[in-house]
Design a protein around this ligand. Structure first.
Ligand SMILES: *Cc1c(COP(=O)(O)O)cnc(C)c1O
Length: 361
């Protein structure tokens, strides 16, 4: 059996006639616009936001196309990559019938989105060193498996997943293989977006929320075949990317040198943070990371997490996540922030050790 997009798609989505917005039907810039019930006088804001934004994000996609080297009609833009994840479920997964495969420990939104869309989640855990157990994944695929979610570098473990395993899945799976590259800018590996021509079942997710420093604007990207992107565009809310986001991101893209500067600064801060953590004998393990965070194992992590909060330092408690027992996920901060974290962690772990010795006495 080969990959057949129309078979994969939910039949009613295939048949669906999309909403045609006023700004879809006439795309000229000049004229008297009396077609969208907007306010002709202006806005209560000091900026002119009285007009609906471009539903196709044409200017923004043209620029992103140059930067990402992906054709504009192979780019979908979402209100964060979380919107793309949700739309994939809605397009492909029949509630109560279909299933998706995820590889925990991984990003939590795949399972939440599956739950919202009443789609069964089949979990094939990563191996002890957080790699894909591809034989088990292949074995778990059935006729109703629509999507496999892979996250590389993986959140929360931080490591890159083995490319050969990913290629094997790409070659043997007739559903959609989603590779979430939220942290690709921190990694030395090339994006799978280069391989879209070879794999019609591939969809790559990226986001401006991490390395680009634009989490507050909400802009996620999906790269895939023209056919898959057309489906996502067909079912998205017409004006899913606000005018403010489109304008601000377009302007920000002129400042690309900042991205490189910041990424290289964050990478050296990561090395410094890792060295600092290593000096603490109570820190049991620091997992290798190709992202902008470190997964760190400490004794009684949940308590440590709470004691750090008492010191107004907030890290991510992953201690109850399978295979991440007693682990905290620490985002690489600024040099000052990392030093504060290291000091606080030393204090907390020291007090913990003293308390234990006293108990034994
Ligand atoms: C942070 C993160 C995202 C977030 O995406 P948004 O574009 O902010 O919605 C997606 N995937 C992973 C793995 C992440 O860690």
């Amino acid at each position: 059996m080969a990959f057949e997009l129309t078979k994969l798609l939910r039949p009613h989505i295939h048949a669906l006639k999309p909403y045609s917005s006023a700004r879809d039907e006439y795309t000229g810039k000049e004229g008297i616009f009396l077609d969208a019930n907007e306010n002709p006088l202006g806005s209560v804001s000091s900026k002119p936001f009285n007009r609906y934004p471009d539903p196709n994000q044409t200017a923004l996609k043209a620029r992103l196309s140059e930067i990402k080297k992906v054709a504009a009609d192979q780019i979908f833009l979402g209100n964060g990559s979380d919107e793309a994840i949700d739309l994939l479920f809605r397009a492909f997964c029949r509630p109560g019938i279909d299933n998706v495969i995820i590889l925990p420990p991984t990003y939590g939104m795949y399972e939440v989105s599956a739950g919202i869309n009443d789609t069964r989640v089949v979990k094939i855990p990563l191996s002890a060193d957080f790699q894909i157990q591809e034989k088990k994944v292949l074995h778990a695929i059935d006729d109703n498996t629509k999507i496999i979610f892979i996250c590389s570098p993986n959140n929360p473990s931080g490591n890159k997943l083995n490319r050969e395993s990913i290629y094997k899945l790409l070659k043997s799976f007739n559903g959609l293989l989603v590779i979430d590259e939220a942290y690709i800018d921190f990694s030395d590996e090339p994006s799978f977006s280069r391989e879209l021509d070879q794999y019609p079942n591939l969809l790559v997710l990226q986001t401006l929320s991490k390395a680009w420093g634009l989490a507050g604007l909400r802009l996620g990207m999906a790269f895939a075949s023209r056919e898959i992107i057309a489906i996502l565009n067909k079912i998205k809310p017409p004006y899913n990317i606000s005018g403010l986001t489109q304008q601000t991101v377009l302007k920000a893209l002129d400042n690309l040198h900042r991205l490189e500067e910041m990424v290289s600064e964050i990478k050296s801060q990561k090395t410094a943070l890792e060295e600092g953590l290593r000096k603490n004998p109570k820190v049991e393990r620091i997992f290798p990371s190709a992202a902008n965070f470190l997964l760190v194992r400490v004794p009684d992590a949940h308590k440590v997490y709470q004691q750090l909060i008492d010191k107004k330092i907030i890290v991510r408690d992953r201690s109850r996540v399978q295979q991440c027992e007693d682990c905290l996920r620490i985002t690489v901060g600024s040099s000052e922030e990392n030093n504060r974290l290291l000091l606080a962690l030393n204090e907390v772990l020291e007090t913990q050790a003293i308390a234990e010795t006293n108990q034994r006495k």
